[in-house]
Design a protein around this ligand. Structure first.
Ligand SMILES: [Zn+2]
Length: 258
């Protein structure tokens, strides 16, 4: 079994294909998907989707890119659903200084608000971080939440900080790309019980599907690559990362009994 720990199923490009995607994911033994909602429209659709498919779970937050546009308006909606039980995680939130679509100070402000919400609701956080690790590390120091750094593309030193903090590290299709040798070294280093796998659908399709719209079923390719690095079978890698995800996101027992 496999769990796609990070996909955007209810954004405008994907929603029209979602039913076929979910069918194919089921055929590939994907047992749960974390659907990451980044605005009110994708959250509304996500909540409806998870009612139809009891193996799709929703996380929500404004991304660091969008906080200047929707940060203020979306936060209270996320807070309401986080408190009322509609979400299994808060995110993706974090810092992105690579694109810097929103001012750094505003990104930091929202990151801290979402951290506070996670502490209040005891939900895990899904972090997005690009070229901003030092600030993420400093701003979240000492806070007692659980978290995953999604689509990890950082350095070994950064991975070590995540591990020290008790965070999970999630590998996307990027780890299958030809020029990702250093990321593969980091994946080898990360202990199996701290590893998650994700597609980040519709982005970042793995090597054999590059250029196509990504989808949850393609998580198998990332699993197979990581299994090779770890010297275990793809099935084993799938099961271990599924257990890790179930532990972090507290999936109900009908998904996986850990
Ligand atoms: Zn994402």
């Amino acid at each position: 079994m496999f769990i796609d720990s990070h996909a955007h199923l209810t954004g405008p490009d994907v929603i029209d294909h979602v039913e076929e995607m979910l069918q194919r994911a089921e055929q590939h033994d994907v047992k749960a998907i974390v659907n990451v909602c980044t605005d009110q429209a994708s959250l509304d659709k996500g909540l409806a989707l998870s009612k139809r498919h009891r193996w799709v779970f929703n996380a929500a937050a404004a991304t660091p890119h969008d906080v200047s546009k929707i940060g203020e308006s979306f936060f209270p909606i996320v807070a309401r659903f986080a408190r009322e039980g509609g979400l299994i995680a808060i995110g993706e939130t974090g810092l992105d200084y690579h694109y810097e679509h929103s001012p750094k100070d505003l990104q930091k402000e929202h990151l801290l608000k979402y951290v506070e919400l996670a502490l209040e609701t005891k939900l895990p956080l899904i972090f997005h971080c690009r070229d901003a690790f030092k600030d993420l590390e400093d701003l979240t120091k000492g806070a007692g939440f659980s978290a995953v750094l999604h689509c990890f593309t950082g350095t070994l030193e950064e991975a070590k900080v995540c591990l020290e903090r008790g965070w999970m590290i999630s590998m996307s299709g990027i780890v299958t790309f030809k020029n990702s040798a250093s990321l593969r070294d980091i994946a080898k280093y990360v202990p199996l019980d701290r590893l998650l796998i994700e597609t980040d659908t519709p982005y970042l399709a793995p090597l054999s599907k590059r250029g196509k719209m990504n989808e949850p079923g393609y998580v198998i390719e990332t699993a197979a690559l990581l299994a090779g690095l770890k010297g275990i079978s793809t099935q084993e890698l799938g099961l271990i990362t599924a257990r890790n995800a179930a532990q972090l996101f507290s999936f109900p027992k009908h998904i996986i009994d850990v």
